[in-house]
Design a protein around this ligand. Sequence first.
Ligand SMILES: CC(C)(COP(=O)(O)OP(=O)(O)OC[C@H]1O[C@@H](n2cnc3c(N)ncnc32)[C@H](O)[C@@H]1OP(=O)(O)O)[C@@H](O)C(=O)NCCC(=O)NCCS
Length: 221
Amino acid sequence: MRLTESKSSAPFIWCGLATSELAALELARLEDILDDEERARIIRLRAAPQRRDSTVAHGLRRLLLAAFTGQPAHSFRFYRDKSGAKPKAEGLPQIDFSLTHCHGYAAAAAGAFGRIGIDAEPLDRKVEPELVNDKSGTEYETASGTIVAWTLKEALSKAEGSGLALGFSGLNVDINSPRLLAAPASFGNPAGWKLERHCHAGFTIAIAFGPTGAGVRHGLH
Ligand SMILES: CC(C)(COP(=O)(O)OP(=O)(O)OC[C@H]1O[C@@H](n2cnc3c(N)ncnc32)[C@H](O)[C@@H]1OP(=O)(O)O)[C@@H](O)C(=O)NCCC(=O)NCCS
């Protein structure tokens, strides 16, 4: 399995891969560690590539949690407080995690004592600049700048837990030396957030890791 893995000293780990590179046996191994609920959700996905991407992302999430905790990858159970909410793991209040699966890529990230989000998109995906621009008037000059900004903001919104419902206009990010410049109050101090961007197999991948929210939205105490 050719994984891209984190090499930084950040208090989180992540990994991702182009799912078409995965051998059938490796895919079956990841499928084996999923639980019945994950399998049932994945079976309902219409297209085979979607099912493969989702299987890999969910499998990677389990492998990262196993690396973090020393517990067997198959042993974790996940739940959400309500529909559309950020998933949590039973019995792991100090560990946050995130996953992404899209168009042939899957990735997951996990971190301790903080909130984490990951997003991956094809580098050539076109996003309307109006969806990414922020209140400060920052505009991204190129299509690649726009998609990098999109992934950073989506990773932030997944870390925070609101997802796309957050709206991106309140998030101001520096895409060149990735950092959060301004954000809604639910993020706390923008300077406390660590952003990373990576490029792999034709995808741009963004990871956001920041302080636990005041409202302890994700059960991080
Ligand atoms: C989270 C969200 C930004 C993901 O968008 P996406 O680009 O389609 O998908 P990605 O592959 O990058 O990420 C999907 C994963 O994000 C995670 N996720 C879902 N909701 C999340 C949330 N509120 N916060 C953080 N992560 C979330 C899940 O693990 C999901 O994968 P899964 O469904 O296979 O378990 C988007 O689905 C969203 O905004 N969700 C919240 C709002 C919502 O769904 N409302 C519906 C209410 S009925």
